[in-house]
Ligand binder design. Sequence first.
Ligand code: NAD
Length: 296
Amino acid sequence: MATIGFIGLGNMGGPMAQNLLKAGHGLKAFDLSAAALDAAKAAGATIATSAADAATGVDVVVTMLPAGQHVRSVYLDGDKILEAADKGTLFIDSSTIDVDTARAVGEAAGAKGLTMVDAPVSGGTMAAEAGTLTFMVGGSDEGFASAKPILDVMGKNVFHAGGSGTGQAAKICNNMLLAISMVGTCEAFVLAEKLGLDAQKLFEISSTASGQCWSLTSYCPVPGPVPAAPSNRDYKPGFSAAMMLKDLRLSQEAAQNVRAATPMGAEAAQLYGLMESLGKSDLDFSGIIKLIRGDL
Ligand code: NAD
């Protein structure tokens, strides 16, 4: 069993840390929130006095922070956990952040002789609690092999995407594709409504025809055809439009940096941005059908 420093015990990090404890690992936890620390202590973690303290005297450090600026601050500029860590410590950053920051932090770890992987997750808080997250891992073969047994405790599917930063790349490419397919699915259902074509009929036909996609068959944006989809509970998330917008913005930032043309991704980012400016980004991302129908 390993001793693990865990930094960032929020909606996702909290339950992920609890699963590591349940599996018998030792945990040294740190968060800026006292409530998050109390919950970790109640679950059996040792409470660290700072991020640097959480990264000292442990075999592995897992970080689960909101965005790139927090990761930069904890790893490089502020808490400097890479400097605090013992030789041989493995770093796993599971936050969803921009590819450039992931690569910069990975490089800084490498320069100190430390191994680091980016390992963002897909799956929300329920998957974090159930230990069924999907991890997309960027880093060396050795880094992946060392991280996998830890990630297996918190997730069901653990993929090695390639070198440093490709875990983040996989996450934003997948979610950009998902947003585009969801917007297209919503457009088809709204057009069908106006043409007098029953939604259930369109679902049955397109599910077995060439319009078939996950947004249609597993997460249908109209109520009825897929009972478990958020459309059946007035678009209570699920995966919120705000989180989709975060990932779309990361995809557009990355696309600009590498001069990739992603016009459909850009359009999807604009549409989810509009949903946010209408104050509706707390709806599930499939709730974009309300915007497309003109209901927001
Ligand atoms: P969250 O805001 O609930 O948790 C983040 C935690 O980090 C907070 O408890 C905060 O206090 C802590 N934190 C911030 N700065 C810190 C610092 N300097 N030192 C120590 N702790 C610090 O966010 P979350 O929902 O747990 O998401 C975490 C990451 O996972 C994000 O990058 C998010 O995009 C990604 N993600 C979230 C979901 C989801 O459904 N919530 C799904 C997939 C991916």
